[in-house]
Design a protein around this ligand. Structure first.
Ligand SMILES: N=C(N)NCCCC(=O)O
Ligand SMILES: [Zn+2]
Ligand SMILES: [Zn+2]
Length: 319
């Protein structure tokens, strides 16, 4: 097989020139085969408060121009031996959530069936449900680490079952999560009532609060998560509002007291030997951002997730 096509060389073409693809990677139509694709889902019809995450994918791509090809923290050059591409956007219906969920499931499934691993740029958190559905059909029940200020296991909003506050309740109801190995990380902020936590526990979720991260530290947290997940196929969902609003102001439902971007990246790096099969970064709403603070953080999170997928690919192909 031919050597992978890497990102545009920023020593030859200034990184601020030309249209943005994620990390200046080739577009999917420029390659014959893709091992890993970064795809956008410009959708925010499921939000309960400030809209605007439909502009997340393009803002993250713009902010990703400065990413470089070698990850020293994980000792991996994720674009070197694997073909990583920008898979463009999966265009979904902005007027019908049900239709959007269906279209996204089909769009993601094409990648999954072709053996291409996905890192999805949202879009609001509604999109995690169809992404998990598509992975379930390939891998069976999926372990999940959900980085978020919120539980997102609420039942309905205004009678609507598919929203950004409800994807993981639906996922448990549908049996597509491996309830032995699911946890929220970074949880904080006011709830509707104690019942929210009782329901969530009943669904099988563990909770690592933002305060736990502060008190225990990133290494202890990552060790505990690694043990809980083991070798199971793992999905990592990162709602950017897991970060403190100081680190991610550009999001729809901000909550004070969150993680720093350093803490989040270090926890992710502690997951290096897990069997990651897919990931998302959601809830970037650039209209509330300043100086690309949020989109820069999201681009680095996505880069780490691509790097984790590349490491997993390398480990599996080396047996
Ligand atoms: N940001 C996400 N995914 N969910 C927040 C829902 C919070 C609420 O409306 O009560
Ligand atoms: Zn959230
Ligand atoms: Zn969320």
């Amino acid at each position: 097989m031919n050597a992978p096509i890497g990102p545009t060389d920023s020593s030859l073409v200034p990184r601020f020139a030309g249209p943005a693809t994620f990390a200046r990677l080739p577009r999917i139509d420029q390659v014959e085969h893709a091992d890993i694709a970064v795809v956008g889902v410009p959708f925010d019809t499921g939000v309960s408060y400030r809209p605007g995450a439909r502009f997340g994918p393009s803002a993250i791509r713009e902010a990703s121009r400065l990413l470089r090809p070698y990850h020293p923290g994980l000792d991996v050059a994720p674009f070197e031996r694997l073909q990583v591409v920008d898979g463009g956007d999966i265009a979904v219906n902005p007027f019908s959530i049900g239709d959007a969920v269906e279209t996204l499931d089909q769009g993601a499934s094409k990648f999954v069936e072709a053996g291409t691993r996905l890192v999805t740029l949202g879009g609001d958190h509604t999109i995690a449900l169809p992404l998990l559905r598509s992975l379930y059909r390939k891998h069976g029940p999926i372990a999940m680490l959900h980085f978020d200020a919120h539980l997102d296991t609420w039942d309905t909003y205004f009678g609507e079952p598919y929203t950004h506050g409800t994807p993981f309740r639906r996922a448990v109801e549908e049996g597509i999560l491996d309830t032995e190995a699911i946890a929220h990380v970074g949880t904080r902020g006011p709830l509707y009532g104690k019942r929210d936590l009782e329901d969530d526990r009943r669904f099988g979720f563990g909770i690592v609060t933002a305060a736990d991260v502060l008190r225990k530290g990133v290494d202890e947290i990552a060790d505990a998560l690694r043990q809980r997940i083991g070798n199971r196929p793992l999905y990592v969902s990162v709602d950017i509002d897991v970060l403190d609003p100081a680190h991610a102001p550009g999001t729809g439902t901000p909550e004070a007291g969150g993680l720093t971007s350093r803490e989040l990246l270090e926890i992710l790096r502690g997951l290096a030997d897990l069997n990651l099969v897919g990931a998302d970064v959601v809830e970037v709403a650039p209209a509330y951002d300043h100086a690309q603070i949020t989109s820069t953080a999201a681009s680095h999170v996505a880069y780490d997730l691509v790097s984790l997928l590349a490491l997993n690919h390398r480990r599996r192909s080396e047996g």
